[in-house]
Design a protein around this ligand. Structure first.
Ligand code: ADP
Length: 442
């Protein structure tokens, strides 16, 4: 116990003893000492009871404390309670200020922020941007079910995904369809979710400008390149003695440029496409074509095998799927030294079917694999250029597969070879009438 409290206790006890002694003295004078002591004790008890009551009243009334001068234990208690009250008030004010500044920061965010109750998915709080981007209004929309309130947006199913809900990358705002939004759901506590809507209109427009620019430049380059290529083809080295190797190199480079332009145009077209054709893709002729292409490219330098173990067809665009598979087969031939083997296998798997292109070529170091489908990403630029690559092939493959809701899986080991697998789900599998056919050539 601190010293000043101990001395307050002693002072209170001393004053009580003093009162009792005075009562004894006065009572002795009057001939009734015990009566006087009893009266003094009752008076002291009443006084202490009154002070206790005052403290209790003040505590329950939560009124502001005023301290009184004095040295007794009650005054000490008053002072302690007053000090606690002041400290509590300061702490509360600090917390309120912090809360206010957090709310102000969230309210001022350019992204729409909506706090949702996890169970009922009702709106608990939202910031100003939620009014401009999502059309929510104070106070009417507080407590409303969000999916029903933002009706045109397909939110009900998405919200049901909770923690697993993938961000919605591009959706029209209910306020104005020209405003494009990116939505994210963040479950930040056991009871609350945070919905964040970001205005990506400008970003998408820029992306469109970039796509248009690449498409336009490629388109503009196409005609002059065809002309150059045509004249180069017409030039006979015999007419210009000593220019043979030069002409050959010019032809090779102009062909490479023409291929680059074609690939860029294909990519632009694929990027602006949201869906693809849904025709029946006959896989038997497709596999035959792939075998012929591989053989033509290889010129007998590799062992090539093509197997059809699935005996089904695919649903999608024949032209695009051929372009994707052909890219993989061509890569396998280009990146496998003479004497190696290349196999193409179309086989069933648990979730659908898979087309696997496997080679025993150079292989790719593991750290390159995640970036392989980026445009112009090459493991070895010189090897790619030497073999006539543009660096766009796998990017085209990835786009075509994603238009077919299919996925590209790449496995590779340096010095052993690579495997490129195109996985198609059951929705893209079609029954084939004819008996499965196996092509195998050694
Ligand atoms: P490129 O036109 O350069 O071949 P791609 O987009 O088709 O471009 O391939 C990107 C890079 O991936 C290539 O430059 C090459 O380094 C690597 N690559 C692709 N396929 C194979 C393969 N089958 N074996 C080894 N490396 C490969």
């Amino acid at each position: 116990m601190p010293r000043h409290i101990r001395s307050a206790w002693f002072k209170t006890l001393a004053s009580l003893a003093m009162v009792l002694l005075l009562a004894v003295a006065a009572g002795s004078l009057l001939g009734q000492p015990w009566m006087a002591v009893a009266l003094a004790a009752i008076a002291a008890l009443a006084w202490h009871y009154w002070r206790l009551r005052r403290v209790l009243r003040r505590l329950t009334a939560r009124q502001r404390w005023d301290t009184e001068e004095g040295a007794g234990v009650w005054n000490e208690l008053d002072r302690l309670l007053f000090r606690n009250q002041v400290e509590m008030r300061v702490r509360k004010r600090r917390l309120l200020d912090m809360l206010r500044s957090y709310r102000a920061a969230a309210a001022a965010l350019p992204d729409a922020v909506v706090v949702l109750d996890r169970n009922s998915q009702r709106v608990q709080w939202f910031n100003e941007a939620a009014t401009t981007l999502l059309g929510l209004h104070h106070p009417g929309d507080l407590g409303q079910a969000l999916a029903a309130r933002l009706q045109p947006m397909p939110l009900a199913h998405w919200l049901a995904g909770g923690r697993n809900a993938e961000p919605i990358l591009d959706v029209a705002s209910p306020v104005d369809p020209a405003i494009r939004l990116n939505l994210r759901l963040i479950p930040y506590s056991a009871d609350h979710w945070l919905l964040i809507a970001r205005d990506v209109t400008k970003l998408l427009r820029l992306e469109q400008v970039r796509r248009d620019f690449v498409a336009n430049v490629s388109h503009e380059l196409r005609t002059p390149l065809t002309v150059v290529h045509g004249y180069l083809d017409m030039m006979d080295p015999e007419d210009f003695p000593g220019t043979g190797p030069m002409l050959e190199e010019m032809r090779k480079q102009s062909q490479r440029m023409a291929q680059l332009v074609e690939d860029l145009l294909t990519l632009s077209r694929l990027e602006s496409q949201e869906h693809t054709e849904e025709e029946s893709v006959a896989m038997r002729p497709m596999l035959d074509t792939l075998r012929r292409e591989a053989e033509a490219h290889s010129q007998g330098r590799h062992q090539i095998s093509v197997e059809d173990l699935a005996g089904v067809d695919l649903l999608g665009s024949t032209k695009e799927l051929h372009s994707a598979f052909s890219n993989l087969v061509t890569n396998a031939v280009r990146y496998t030294p003479a004497g190696g083997s290349i196999s193409v296998q179309f086989r069933p798997e648990e979730t659908g079917v898979v087309l696997v292109v496997r080679d025993s070529g150079y292989g790719i170091p593991a750290h390159h694999l995640p970036r392989l489908t980026e445009r112009f990403y090459r493991v070895s630029s010189s090897r790619s250029r030497e073999s006539g690559g543009t660096g766009l092939g796998l990017s085209i493959v990835k786009h075509i597969l994603s238009l077919h809701q299919a996925r590209l899986e790449i496995q590779s080991e340096v010095g052993k070879g690579s495997t490129f697998a195109c996985h198609f789900d059951a929705d893209h599998v079609r029954r084939r009438e004819a008996v499965p056919l196996t092509h195998a050539e050694d």
